[in-house]
Design a protein around this ligand. Structure first.
Ligand code: BTN
Length: 334
């Protein structure tokens, strides 16, 4: 779904992050002040945070760079540009992953990319929702077809974690960590997450929809429902980072697409040592939750198959046993 031209124009005016009075906006857009107020109310319902100060008007808490396909494409390198079949930008969508999953049955074209400014039903791992206010962050998904069986794609999300770290490094971020299986961490807080959804015949072919959510700017109010430590690029790099939203999507696509396209040939083994370099949980005492079960242990790292290895704490403090896990949610024990 696309926003109306008037709402888009209003957004362009507010994008500088400065105050604008409703009288100025009304004059500029040739509409009444009450119409401006209604449009601004509508933008708030999409999750866009607006600051209103009497006598001054309205402003955004940050300078907004709206997403534009041509600006994104400027930062996609030539090799990755060749891997893109179709790239779509939606103002509002339920979930970019759901959108591509719906289309996956009718299309056989790898490299379909769906980007959104706002998701009304953004999905996280393990049935959680992903907070997706308009214009604040990055939300996109990539559809890819494989001749292989779904099991051949195990470890794809770990390999993609490495690709995301490289894109962020190119963007200027330092000290980035990966938390098993596919969270991107900075300063022990989550900055981004990857959701890979694979379906197909057990002996192949299959398709994968790879979704990435990355926080650029989240207010504590918006993050109210997030049940784990979180961070955003605004807190790490400052307000200037915000004007690089198109650039960062371009860099992410440049690094992620080759990993996705080559995964049936270049498997996890080729990424595993690099993943271990960024492992920010190694040696830490953690709780691993799988459904209603909790396991306490110390993270030893990941094995060659990408499984999490924990030195399990025995109740009687006798020798530790080592267990490998293929799923679950890790959290630091404090
Ligand atoms: C996680 O829980 O860490 C994974 C989060 C993945 C969120 C992204 S946002 C774009 C894409 N569309 C969705 O509905 N989810 C993914």
């Amino acid at each position: 779904m696309l926003l109306s031209d008037t709402v888009k124009q209003l957004l362009f005016s507010l994008a500088d992050g400065h105050f604008h009075s409703s009288a100025e906006l009304a004059k500029d857009k040739h509409i009444s002040r009450s119409a401006i107020w209604k449009h601004l109310q509508y933008l708030s319902t999409l999750g866009l945070e607006l600051i209103a100060v009497s006598g001054k008007g309205y402003k955004l808490p940050f300078p907004l760079q709206l997403l534009e396909i041509n600006k994104i494409n400027q930062f996609v390198n030539a090799h990755s540009a060749n891997l893109i079949h179709k790239i779509e930008l939606h103002d509002i969508i339920d979930s970019t992953n759901n959108y591509l999953l719906k289309h996956a049955k009718d299309s056989k074209d790898s490299g379909w990319i769906c980007i959104a400014e706002h998701q009304t039903a953004g999905k996280g791992r393990r049935g959680k929702s992903w907070v997706s206010p308009f214009g604040h962050n990055i939300y996109f998904s990539i559809l890819w077809y494989y001749q292989d069986s779904p099991s051949a794609l195990s470890g794809l999300s770990l390999a993609l974690g490495v690709a995301v770290v490289k894109a962020l490094q190119e963007f200027g971020l330092k000290e980035i960590g990966l938390k098993w299986p596919n969270d991107v961490y900075v300063n022990e807080k989550k900055l981004a997450g990857i959701l890979v959804e694979v379906s197909g015949e057990s002996s192949g072919p299959c398709h994968a929809v790879i979704g990435l959510g990355l926080n650029f700017y989240l207010s504590p109010k918006q993050a109210d429902h997030i049940d784990q430590p979180w961070t955003d690029l605004y807190s790490i790099l400052g307000s200037d980072s915000y004007t690089g939203r198109n650039k960062l999507i371009g860099l992410l696509l440049s690094h992620m697409l080759p990993t996705i396209a080559n995964f049936s040939v270049i498997h996890l083994q080729n990424y595993i040592n690099e993943w271990r370099l960024y492992d920010c949980m190694q040696g830490k005492e953690v709780t691993l939750r799988i459904g209603n079960q909790s396991y306490l242990g110390q993270v030893l790292g990941i094995d060659d198959q990408g499984l999490l290895q924990l030195a399990m704490q025995q109740q009687d403090n006798s020798d530790h046993s080592i267990c490998s896990f293929s799923s679950g949610e890790v959290s630091l024990r404090v």
